[in-house]
Design a protein around this ligand. Structure first.
Ligand code: 5GP
Length: 115
């Protein structure tokens, strides 16, 4: 069994987080250390440590991350101005929490990803 992270506790409401959306498959909450005016993490409720651990049985939940990302971007009023979705995997990408998560960043001009 993969080791639970703080994100499992957030999903279950055992520790506080600013949850902006939750359903049977995914939970979305504001990042504790925002890197943009809007910085929300969207995560599958199922614990999947890294993108390397994804299996075909996860397709519905992971596809749903995008549906929810678009919904939240609209609710936050950044769907037209634009936003960036990022998922980090392992050390070189700087993954810190081993429960996969999609970063939704927006609310300012984010600049180019690769300079
Ligand atoms: P990673 O670097 O793994 O892609 O991103 C992990 C993100 O989780 C970071 O942006 C970090 O600020 C955020 N984070 C870590 N611990 C917590 C927490 O307890 N609550 C919230 N809301 N965000 C967290």
């Amino acid at each position: 069994m993969p080791k639970e992270t703080i994100f499992s506790k957030i999903i279950r409401g055992e520790i506080p987080a600013d949850i902006v959306y939750q359903d049977d498959l995914v939970t979305a909450f504001r990042d504790i250390s925002p890197q943009a005016p809007t910085h929300i993490l969207i995560i599958p409720n199922k614990l999947i440590p890294t993108i390397n651990d994804v299996t075909p049985s996860d397709e519905q939940a992971l596809g749903h991350l995008f549906v929810v990302a678009a919904k939240i971007a609209k609710l936050q009023g950044i769907d037209q101005s634009g936003y960036r979705l990022i998922m980090n995997c392992n050390k070189d990408a700087g993954q810190e929490v081993f429960h996969i998560h999609m970063h939704l960043l927006g609310g300012k001009h984010l600049g180019k990803l690769v300079h």
